[in-house]
Write a protein that binds this ligand. Structure first.
Ligand code: APR
Ligand code: PHB
Length: 402
């Protein structure tokens, strides 16, 4: 068995783990990233694609936004469609910021390339990761790579291993009175990536009687589209023709909007859920991103929330590792959860306003009334815009807790 040491062992090379590794390096803190899958897998997994303004700023500060600035699509606003009409919300005008559309796997590629170029370690295909000794100041992570067992000693373990990772389980066993807040939705999203040039340069969120649809994109040549489907739907039951025809029905083509179809490059169905686990830290173990919380994708918050967690965490670890102030970890959960719950509410609210739930006519009228409100009242539109472009990242927030 090889024995090595580092300041922070980071489990998972998704946006949370990789951004954390860069934030720590910028503070002179060494870390090792352990990832279960191979590099190709994590770089090609199709996920979300909307970056809030503060997330873009943070990636720029880290010096990893060169391609993002070149290829990312700046969107000044979004459109909400209902009753066959589109209504535009201009975020720039309402709150002075825009959002950027850039695939999550592109960010992952950029972060991996920059880390490896700096000579900092990422262990891909790290199997059987176990975490121990989190009650004390010297936790240990064991894993298998290249056929050998490795022991990594560290000061802090950062569980950035997504919703199906192991860190949350370890934390849960250590804290018997932990809390889980959970909500399932009776539907999922069928998502496709299509080789079809977008015909509009902003997203359309459409509330239609058949169910929700979303028109999004990845580049001037690639469209990303979603359809609300029942939670237990099978992708095999959706032929290309059925997908395009349903999109044609649900997107507001009556008002002159048309969109291109093309070969479908990728397809899948994702369940929708809201989930929060608390606390996000015990002893020397912290969790961040999807490992700690899940939001339904309607507010485009998942990746941004992961980045916000690790922005908070990096400042705390700066105090812990560089100044020996271990007690700063006590602030981590409460500092993160305030933003997490804001995003939970926003994502739940957007989901509730835009999806078809049941045939309850009362609920339907409430949805329409809310949609009319956010598309006609500047106050209501500003609130949506403020939440969508993202509240400022939390450094001052953490400090005010310290
Ligand atoms: N050992 C090592 N790596 C692991 C393990 C494990 N036991 N379990 C999971 N992982 C890895 C996964 O393979 C994945 O690459 O952890 C990574 C977690 O990455 P993500 O799932 O992308 O989660 P996160 O970094 O929190 O990103 C935020 O928000 O809504 C979503 O789409 C959004 O995926 C994005 C996420
Ligand atoms: C996407 O482009 O993948 C996307 C955009 C907006 C969302 C969710 C996903 O709310």
């Amino acid at each position: 068995m090889t024995v090595t040491s580092t300041s922070v062992a980071i489990i998972g090379a998704g946006p949370a783990g990789l951004v954390l590794a860069h934030l720590l390096a910028a503070r002179g803190i060494d870390s090792v990233v352990l990832e279960r899958h191979d590099r190709r897998y994590v770089e090609h997994r199709v996920r979300a694609g909307v970056l809030e303004h503060p997330s873009v700023e943070l990636l720029r500060q880290l010096g990893v936004a060169e391609r993002l600035d070149r290829e990312g699509l700046a969107h000044r606003g979004i459109e909400l469609a209902f009753e066959g009409r589109r209504h535009r919300l201009d975020f720039n005008e309402l709150v002075g910021h825009s959002i950027t559309v850039y695939g999550q796997q592109e960010i992952v590629k950029d972060l991996i390339a920059a880390r490896l170029a700096a000579g900092d370690p990422i262990v891909f295909e790290a199997a059987d990761v176990t975490i121990s000794d989190i009650d004390g100041p010297s936790p240990v992570v064991r894993y298998v790579a290249d056929g050998a067992t490795h022991q990594l000693r560290c000061r802090v373990v950062a569980g950035c291993d997504g919703f199906h990772g192991t860190s949350r389980e370890v934390l849960g066993s250590a804290v018997p009175d932990h809390e889980v807040f959970d909500r399932d939705y009776p539907f999922g999203w069928l998502g496709i990536l299509a080789e079809a040039a977008p015909t509009i340069d902003e997203l359309i969120y459409s509330n239609h009687e058949n169910g929700f649809a979303l028109y999004s994109m990845r580049s001037p040549k690639i469209t990303r589209l979603y359809l609300q489907v029942p939670a237990d739907e099978r992708i095999e039951d959706w032929s290309d023709d059925r997908i395009w025809s349903e999109l044609e029905t649900r997107l507001p083509t009556g008002d002159g909007f048309t969109f291109n179809t093309g070969p479908i490059l990728e397809r899948g169905i994702t369940a929708m859920r809201s989930f929060v686990f608390a606390p996000m830290r015990w002893g020397s173990l912290v969790i961040a991103g999807d490992a700690a919380h899940i939001v339904p994708p309607t507010g485009a918050k998942g990746m941004n929330l992961a980045i916000a967690d690790v922005a908070v965490l990096a400042d705390i670890l700066d105090d812990v590792i560089n100044r020996g102030r271990h007690e700063q970890l006590d602030d981590y959960t409460s500092a993160c959860l305030r933003r997490v719950w804001r995003c939970q509410h926003f994502s739940w609210w957007m989901t509730s306003m835009l999806h078809r739930f049941d045939d309850d006519p009362f609920r339907r009228q409430l949805q329409l009334s809310e949609l009319r409100l956010v598309t006609s009242s500047t106050a209501a539109a500003t609130s949506l815009a403020e939440n969508y472009v993202g509240l400022a990242l939390g450094e001052s927030f953490v400090r005010s807790h310290a």
